[in-house]
Write a protein that binds this ligand. Structure first.
Ligand code: PEP
Ligand code: MG
Length: 429
């Protein structure tokens, strides 16, 4: 559906070009580099190779795999994340440690620094696989600068060893860190200049920022990426990186959600890494959005201009219809109340993406005709006109408009502050 866009840049209507990359973890993912039009792999989850086996892979096996990955990338950058195990990613062949809070426990870089032999073996495999090509690696879950320095020292030691052994060393070696805990944003300035790049791991970052376990269905969708608190925090991170000239990107799942993605770009991210299938929808939306306008809306949101106390939804819908100006019939939403799912469409009824949400979808019914209820709308439905029914009232609407954050926030506050999703909320008549 998005093939026509594959070779097109992700250029917004105000002329900003966003670097869209894909997440990967297996050799089988690499063909998507071409089919999705991604500029590279922003996150290669090396732990998948460890998770699919029942014993520790050998250095030579890893070297062969990394080497095939780099070949398949044909010069596009691959950012290899060093082993990120522990918490939800348990290796059957490692001793099982009983921790009360595994997400806060012995995992990721913490294991790597305490048991450096595994990371050393992995870095050797990466350097040998690069065989003189460029190499980018990053460390997961760095929460304080000292962890980065220790891990970097290990890389430097391996590099000297490889040189001594006469192996080709990378032409250029970039070493970065994942920002997945709120603390890292407040690291000393030197840290920001010591790293070659930072990548925000939004999945972990959000669980720590909101203290909501990403594995716990009861809480994991309750908190909204586009809440002013989280956006304010991310803006702070971006500003520090700008000041200190640290390249920064975002690679959590939110990067692949079109609405979240455009908002992340509006606050200053210019590089996102996501599932390959999300590149088309995200690019499609980016090419229709004016980031500066969206940024103004977000800034108003952050100031609290649009904050509401919960009021009856119907009244707010009417108020909103007056306050929202529709520029263009661009896209719309459908609501699947059975599973609290929102489906986003473009003006041709093509699905842009979908979102499971804690907004109480049972409060909404979208229908094509006044009063007739549909719980799921398929892509064959050309959504030119929708009717939202709420209680006894019906609101019909042309699909459209991009005043996303404002409307989403309105709905979230109206339904009682539940977040977690995107709602595009069309003009109401
Ligand atoms: C993240 O935490 O956002 C991330 C990209 O890493 P993972 O989901 O593999 O923990
Ligand atoms: Mg993570």
């Amino acid at each position: 559906r998005y093939t026509a866009l594959r070779e097109e840049p992700a250029k917004t209507t105000d002329g900003k070009i966003i670097d869209l990359r894909m997440n990967a973890g297996l050799m089988a993912d690499l063909p998507s580099l071409t089919s999705s039009g991604a500029n590279g792999v922003g996150l290669f989850r090396t732990e998948l190779q460890f998770l699919i086996r029942n014993q520790m892979p050998k250095r030579s096996e890893l070297k062969n795999l990394y080497s095939r990955v780099l070949e398949a990338a044909k010069g596009k950058e691959i950012v290899f994340r060093t082993l990120d195990i522990g918490s939800d990613k348990v290796l059957s062949y490692m001793p099982n440690i009983n921790e009360a809070n595994p997400a806060l426990g012995w995992r990721a870089i913490r294991i790597a620094l305490d048991r450096p032999s595994i990371m050393r073996m992995q870095i050797e495999a990466l350097i040998r696989a690069s065989n003189g090509r460029n190499l980018s690696i990053m460390f997961p879950l760095i929460s304080q600068d000292s962890e980065f320095y220790k891990a970097k020292e290990l890389v430097d030691r391996v590099l000297s060893g490889e040189k001594r052994l006469g192996h080709n060393i990378p032409n250029e070696l970039k070493v970065g860190a994942m920002l997945e805990t709120p603390s890292l944003a407040y690291a000393p300035e030197d840290f920001f200049t010591a790293v070659d790049f930072l990548s925000v791991g939004g999945n972990d970052l959000k669980q720590f920022f909101f203290a909501a376990d990403r594995e716990n269905e009861l809480v994991r969708r309750k908190y909204d990426t586009l809440s002013s608190s989280f956006l304010t925090y991310l803006k702070f991170v971006i500003n520090r990186c700008k000041e200190l000239k640290t390249p920064i990107s975002f690679c959590g799942e939110d990067a692949g959600r079109p609405i979240e993605a455009v908002c992340l770009c509006a606050i200053g991210f210019s590089s996102l890494s996501m599932r390959p299938a999300s590149i088309g929808p995200v690019k499609h939306l980016l090419r229709r959005v004016n980031l500066e306008e969206l940024s103004n809306i977000i800034n108003s949101e952050i100031k609290g201009v649009f904050n509401h106390t919960p009021e009856p939804l119907a009244e707010n819908l009417t108020d909103l219809s007056e306050s929202i100006k529709v520029n263009k019939s661009d896209f719309g939403i459908a609501v699947d109340p059975d599973v609290d799912r929102l489906v986003f469409f473009d003006e041709n009824g093509e699905i842009l993406g979908e979102e499971y949400t804690q907004v109480f979808c049972s409060d909404f019914v979208l229908s094509k005709n006044k009063g007739d209820t549909v719980s799921t709308l398929s892509s064959s439905n050309a959504l030119k006109d929708l009717t939202i029914s709420y209680g006894q009232k019906y609101y019909s609407t042309p699909v459209g408009e991009m005043n996303v954050v404002k409307k989403m926030k309105e709905v979230n506050s109206i339904v009682g502050g539940e977040g977690g999703g995107g709602i595009i909320y069309p003009e109401l008549h």
